[in-house]
Design a protein around this ligand. Sequence first.
Ligand SMILES: Cc1cc2nc3c(=O)[nH]c(=O)nc-3n(C[C@H](O)[C@H](O)[C@H](O)COP(=O)(O)OP(=O)(O)OC[C@H]3O[C@@H](n4cnc5c(N)ncnc54)[C@H](O)[C@@H]3O)c2cc1C
Length: 399
Amino acid sequence: MNRRILISGASIAGPALAFWLARIGFSPTVVERAPRLREGGNGVDVRGQAVHVAERMGILPLVRAAAADVVGLSFVDGANRSVARLDLRAIQRRAGDADVEIMRGDLAAILHEATRNDVEYVFDDSIRRMDQDDDGVTVTFERGPTRRFDLVVGADGTHSTVRRLAFGPESGFLTYLGHHFAFAEADPGLGEKRWVTLYNLPGRAVSIYRSGNHPGAKVHFMFRSRPLTYDHRDVERQKRLLHEAFADALWLVPELLAGALADPDFYFDSLSQVRMPSWSSGRVVLAGDAAHCASPAAGAGATLSLVGAYRLAGELSSAAGDHRVAFHRYEQGYRKTVERHQSNLFLGLLAPKSRPGIWARNTMARLPILGALAGVEGRLQPRTPALPDYGPAAGSPRT
Ligand SMILES: Cc1cc2nc3c(=O)[nH]c(=O)nc-3n(C[C@H](O)[C@H](O)[C@H](O)COP(=O)(O)OP(=O)(O)OC[C@H]3O[C@@H](n4cnc5c(N)ncnc54)[C@H](O)[C@@H]3O)c2cc1C
């Protein structure tokens, strides 16, 4: 039986998987490259089946209590006048959804808290090398001593080290979506409470995210560009690239940019999707963004990570730890869902390419049509499919 499981990455997918593995009798260890839990990020959605996963984990009340409490999108012009508003909460109500939006850092903290007594966490380290044989995987770390595990899971995000070591360079798996983006802290005085205030220039978007539940605010920048070359760990170069992209922009951009460039938690990346022909290779398997990042433009990363973690642990449980059977079923059962989310992007809404595109988006947002469509869709669409049941240990709410 494969019991000792090393998980790389302590964000959403990693701790969620560790939760279930510990619950069903495996011994998970989570290694995280950052020296502590990373707090950054805007709101992420916990939707559909992920709400049921959170419920089964017993963390749903905590997730709801920490919800970002954001009403919707307010589109503004260069003089900071609201030109259209999209009340996403009303649309959600009409569609009958029970979804929750929560700050990424809050969700990561809830998952860590729910697991830290049952799971070994190793911060400030990373896998350097993995050698698989018939019985297990010998793992060499950047800092800690070499250890033996039965299985290794890459839950280390879009630029996964585990994926590179087991499957090859990321250039073979990343599909660039023509934009780069950044997240950082923002001065809350610049945004409207409980709204995402969004300013557009053709192919560029800057938004201030102000939750009703937090004193601070976040800024999100996005810009169209050809693929840019930089080391994804070279934060200073990333800050220069962002500065170049927005140096001429007006509105509140100079203040927001200055704040972002001074933020130690600054996060910059290409808007890319991960598409893999297979999510496992022998005793190594991928979860969350490492396997199937849909990009922040899909708004599905946290949802897919929570549900994928539940499914991967459940398959390992029902296959009594046989990784060949479990990894095959995990992928077979989940790939279609992932692909559906990957094809559902909101780029036209967030960053129209041209001035007429911005005008058309604002005009659409002023019409009640989106709300009406959501109401119809809510009545017509099939209910969220039930989660697969993997037996009492994997399915019962925490006591
Ligand atoms: C700081 C941060 C902010 C984010 N903000 C947003 C946001 O505002 N909106 C949004 O839609 N999505 C955001 N994301 C992405 C979002 O969290 C994911 O799309 C989604 O939740 C899937 O999570 P994941 O656990 O698979 O991957 P991620 O959330 O990307 O987490 C991967 C984890 O692995 C760690 N890691 C990376 N390399 C190694 C390594 N070699 N060894 C060990 N650990 C490693 C990272 O530090 C990170 O903690 C953010 C991610 C991070 C890390």
